[in-house]
Design a binder for this molecule. Structure first.
Ligand code: C5P
Length: 226
């Protein structure tokens, strides 16, 4: 049969990455952080001098160049580190600016198409946990378990705030909340692969759950799948 996949989709800062990594570790499965791929395209575009502002993206030539860039992304994952060519981009990837750039380039169909095969390549035995926006709807529609993770925008902004402050990065709640809402809106309203729960997704609101409780819920669903 097919290699099993657990999809974890949801909005920005819902805790998908943490949950997916914990579930993957518990099951000994591979992990796909699909957002990192879009962040990498954003960084690579910057490096190559390809503009990613809204107006430039509407130009078909720019969209094609971004698609070509995404198809030949010189990316390597080495343990905890991510390399783009000869540059360790592990930290640059996590910056808010990389997330915003990712959100812009991810609306380009040529980019989504280019990353499709790359993502399918992560589906290897004994199994995969994949987190993103369209894992259950577009990339792995046959996945036996699809989780749609949510939390209120305020909760998510608060978590992001705590994260940044603990890393010594100054941040204002109002700015974070506004950025989050802008990103949610863009991700949910785009024409190609918008963020939405798959029809057969199970909804998990982790507003009042800690990580361990969320992990247990997903593992329960996984064990109980038909
Ligand atoms: O999850 P993360 O914040 O790293 O994703 C960054 C951006 O990449 C998202 O805001 C979204 O626009 C885009 N993305 C996507 N499809 C995915 C994963 C991420 O469009 N599967």
């Amino acid at each position: 049969g097919q290699v099993p996949v657990i999809c974890v989709d949801g909005p920005t800062a819902s805790g998908k990455g943490t949950l997916a990594a914990a579930v993957a570790a518990r099951l000994g499965y591979h992990l796909l952080d699909s957002g990192a791929l879009y962040r990498l395209v954003g960084l690579a575009a910057d490096k190559a001098g390809i503009p990613t502002d809204e107006a430039s993206l509407a130009d078909p030539t720019t969209a094609d160049r971004l698609g070509a860039l995404a198809r030949s992304l010189p990316v390597r994952f080495e343990g905890e580190s991510t390399w783009l060519g000869d540059e360790d981009v592990s930290d640059a990837l996590r910056a808010e600016s990389a997330g915003m750039a990712a959100s812009r380039v991810s609306a380009v169909p040529q980019v989504r198409q280019a990353l499709l095969e790359l993502q399918h390549g992560f589906r290897r035995l004994p199994g995969l946990v994949a987190d993103g926006r369209d894992m259950g709807t577009v990339i792995f529609p046959d996945a036996p378990l699809k989780v749609y993770l949510t939390a209120s925008a305020e909760q998510r902004a608060q978590r992001r705030h705590k994260q940044l402050i603990s890393k010594g990065i100054p941040a204002r709640m109002e700015d974070l909340l506004a950025d989050l809402k802008a990103r949610d809106h863009r991700d949910m309203s785009r024409a190609h692969a918008p963020l939405k729960p798959a029809e057969d997704a199970l909804l998990l609101d982790n507003s009042s759950l800690d990580v361990e409780q969320s992990v247990c819920q997903v593992l329960d669903w996984w064990q109980g799948r038909s």
